[in-house]
Design a protein around this ligand. Structure first.
Ligand code: OGA
Ligand code: MN
Length: 299
């Protein structure tokens, strides 16, 4: 049976049915999933009771898996190592985290509009987030369409943004939520990196803003002017006509295109309810400046 694609809007977000991620996906079905992904940028797969191995196998069809944890696992142990990011409110031992835990302070940054791994020189193509346990109140994930937001910009702004490069650094988003205690290892591994402010997505040919709470400066601009422009563009992109709010059901898998969407987690009572989500992140093919043929001196 062929897969079924049910769009949420004509160009952004689709639900995918008649697919079983516990089994290898036939090439024809995978090609349809891929085509839907390039078109809608966010795909929702309801009712997928997958194992970590099956999650990884599906993600791996989109490209190489990111393997390095952002935080030093010695300073912040989590339930998983390697390819899995623990997007839960649980400690390495599986208990609800404490109010002042390092993980909780760090993950508060997920409530800011961001895209995953833009603070890495090689950013991410897509993240695949699987929900095991969801919460009864709040804990949604919002997604913003940066292609539609780009299309809606006045021509003068499009001209101004052409060719601009922003500096992305994990410290920029984390300082905003009060997390400043990166250790030596983390500082060394995570220096600021350049990324294009506007990208062209090869598979759709569409242009998109490439923003995140990690973006702090625009190269060639005074710091305050760059900051202001980034804040203004994030506010533009996250107007309600560009935003979809995902309300999670258990065993749902959602994947999004990190090149042309932003997302954020909404609040929930994280000291009361267990929210158990696991993420696998797939790398892009190259840094966004390299892909655009723009040469930037190492930051
Ligand atoms: C993520 C993320 C937000 C959420 O998994 O990358 O930002 O709602 N998640 O958990
Ligand atoms: Mn994220």
């Amino acid at each position: 049976m062929a897969i079924t694609i049910m769009p949420v809007t004509p160009q952004f977000v689709a639900e995918v049915g008649d697919v079983d991620l516990t089994r290898p996906i036939p090439d024809g079905d995978f090609a349809e999933i891929q085509a839907a992904f390039w078109k809608y940028s966010v795909l929702v797969f309801p009712d997928q009771d997958i194992t970590p191995e099956q999650h990884l196998a599906f993600a791996g069809r989109f490209g190489p898996i990111e393997n390095e944890r952002t935080l030093d696992p010695k300073a912040t142990p989590t339930r998983f190592a390697g390819a899995f990011s623990d997007i839960s409110n649980l400690t390495a031992e599986g208990q609800i985290w404490g109010e002042t835990s390092r993980q909780r302070m760090y993950k508060a940054g997920n409530k800011l509009w961001h895209t995953d791994s833009s603070f890495k020189r090689l950013p991410s193509l897509t993240s695949l987030l699987h929900a095991r346990t969801v919460v009864p109140l709040g804990g949604h994930t919002e997604f913003a369409d940066e292609r539609a937001a780009y299309d809606a910009l006045p021509q003068a702004m499009k001209d101004k943004l052409e060719g601009l490069v922003a500096e992305h650094w994990i410290g920029t988003s984390r300082l905003r939520t009060g997390f400043s205690e990166f250790n030596e290892d983390e500082r060394r591994r995570l220096p600021p990196v350049p990324q294009m402010l506007v990208r062209t997505i090869p598979q759709s040919g569409r242009k998109a803003l490439f923003l995140a709470s990690h973006a702090g400066r625009i190269l060639g601009f005074p710091d305050d002017e760059g900051r202001l422009l980034i804040d203004q563009l994030i506010a533009h992109c996250t107007q309600r006509q560009f935003v979809y709010t995902h309300r999670w059901r258990p065993n749902e898998l959602v994947m999004w295109d990190n090149r042309c969407t932003m997302h954020r987690g909404t609040d929930f009572d994280d000291l009361r309810w267990v929210r158990d989500m696991r993420r696998v992140t797939v790398s892009d093919v190259a840094n966004s400046c390299e892909q655009a043929g723009v040469t930037v001196a190492a930051a």
